[in-house]
Design a protein. Structure first.
Length: 232
């Protein structure tokens, strides 16, 4: 079902203004496409040290890439058809995937579609707070951490939100963008293509066609000494 929907209007954007021309009262965030999955790239400078456990664990990061998905499927080395169907058809626990990035985001997502958006500082505060609230906590009030991220430096963290066909990773990204003040409709962002099509309609960006495919950082799950990669 999702591959069929994903053919709807997937585009890639380039910034309408250069970074040096960005107004001081705005924050630049990015939406990046990883095949059928999308994630948010947020400057570390707008995230308080105690807002997320990843912010404390990786204090030298310049940006954080945040994804979300089904807890079992996203972390599985070989999820298979059953886990995929279960994730779509039955509401199931979610998981946050947070990766610490050093340097410009573009160097980490070379070749991947990326949308660059300017949001207000108040919108950035709401975005960071919404992601913080998504973290599930244990009986002592501490965030629940799982294994390392699929690539780079980062981790999985339990989320209180639940995944299903109408609450996909792309819907989750759209909800967070709406928290930040971006005019998107999460219910119409089930796939990456549907999300990016909405962003194209509301932004002054140059757009070019793009065909769905794996993110360049994705690869079969390696040994325990290396980062892993599996789409959610």
């Amino acid at each position: 079902m999702l591959p069929a929907l994903a053919l709807v209007g997937l585009v890639v954007f380039t910034p309408a203004v250069r970074a040096a021309e960005t107004a001081p009262d705005t924050v630049t965030v990015h939406v990046v496409a990883h095949g059928w999955h999308s994630g948010l790239v947020i400057p570390a400078a707008v995230i308080d040290a105690d807002a997320w456990p990843a912010r404390r664990a990786f204090p030298d990061a310049d940006y954080f890439e945040v994804g979300w998905g089904d807890r079992a499927f996203y972390q599985a080395s070989d999820p298979g058809l059953w886990l995929g169907l279960r994730a779509l058809l039955w509401p199931s626990p979610g998981v946050l995937h947070i990766v610490a990035l050093r340097g410009a985001p573009a160097q980490h997502v070379a070749g991947a579609p990326i949308a660059t958006l300017e949001i207000s500082r108040e919108g950035a505060r709401r975005l960071v707070a919404a992601i913080s609230a998504s973290h599930e906590r244990d009986a002592q009030g501490q965030p629940i951490a799982f294994g390392p991220s699929l690539y780079g430096q980062g981790r999985f963290y339990a989320s209180v939100e639940r995944f299903h066909l109408f609450a996909t990773c792309n819907v989750w990204v759209a909800r967070r963008l709406r928290d930040a003040g971006v005019a998107v409709r999460p219910a119409l962002a089930i796939t990456t293509g549907m999300l990016f099509a909405q962003l194209a309609q509301g932004a002054q960006h140059r757009s070019v066609p793009w065909a769905p495919g794996p993110h360049p950082l994705q690869a079969p799950r390696p040994t325990d000494s290396q980062p892993s990669a599996t789409p959610n």
